[in-house]
Design a binder for this molecule. Structure first.
Ligand SMILES: C[S@@+](CC[C@H](N)C(=O)[O-])C[C@H]1O[C@@H](n2cnc3c(N)ncnc32)[C@H](O)[C@@H]1O
Length: 224
């Protein structure tokens, strides 16, 4: 049995072949170990802000004799010799991810970023859009009844519209998991708006979201 969850497998599948990769917030180190085994990276730097988490990764790399893996205890990418072509930041909040990228001294030289925010997904898209990052792939994965967004990103201008910031860059055609997530989101918004007084200022924003969802659904019907 594969020890990686469906979410982690999707992260690995979006990673490319690069000389050096950094797995920021590696915890147990499963994602990085898989990258080395699949030869998607020659060298791996696995980092974590928590010594305890990093110890798990160190033990795993030793046990599996993964000699090209180095571990670093650091906040984000704030450490010596932190350049890598490919960077994976998964399993933390979107705001935390933007802070890590914003403080990264080699941010303009990254070739590939694989990002998986647990929350503040739109905020992360907005940040990437404003900071010369181009989201090439933007997928939704349903793993044990929870939805996860995963991006594959490179350098470049994109000019995302509001609908893309809120619902994703690649809206059509999308996976079944994406449409399940979209339905769940629609139900949640409807539930909130039903209880709101008609003069609530936020109603307009929610209605705009519902209109955007309807647009995506119509688009799906037309392309089916
Ligand atoms: C939920 S785990 C995700 C583990 C793995 N990346 C994955 O997706 O399966 C989040 C990890 O990120 C680490 N973390 C949180 N903020 C961090 C930061 N600013 N810098 C480095 N690591 C961080 C935590 O200590 C924890 O081990």
């Amino acid at each position: 049995m594969n020890r990686l969850s469906k979410r982690q497998q999707a992260i690995v599948s979006l990673c490319e072949k690069h000389k050096t990769s950094i797995d920021v917030g590696c915890d147990h180190g499963y994602v990085g170990a898989e990258l080395l085994k699949l030869e998607k990276t020659e060298f791996l730097i696995a980092t974590d802000i928590s010594e305890k988490s990093l110890l798990k990764a160190q033990k795993l790399f030793q046990k599996e004799k993964l000699k090209n893996a180095k571990t670093v205890c650091a906040n984000g990418l704030d450490f010596e010799n932190s350049f890598a072509e490919q960077i994976i930041i998964a399993g933390m909040g979107g705001k935390n991810i933007t802070d890590i990228l914003e403080n990264y001294k080699h941010k303009d030289k990254i070739l590939r970023l694989i990002l998986q925010p647990m929350k503040e997904v739109a905020l992360l898209r907005k940040y990437l859009n404003k900071n010369n990052f181009f989201i090439e792939k933007d997928i939704v994965i349903c793993d044990k009844k929870k939805f996860y967004h995963i991006f594959s990103v490179r350098q470049g201008k994109q000019n995302l519209k509001s609908i893309n910031i809120h619902f994703g860059v690649c809206l059509s055609p999308q996976s079944e998991d994406f449409y399940l997530w979209l339905n769940e989101k629609e139900q949640k918004i409807k539930k909130i708006t039903q209880k709101m007084p008609k003069d609530n200022e936020k109603l307009k924003t929610f209605q705009k979201c519902l209109d955007e969802i309807e647009k995506i659904k119509q688009n799906k019907k037309q392309t089916a």
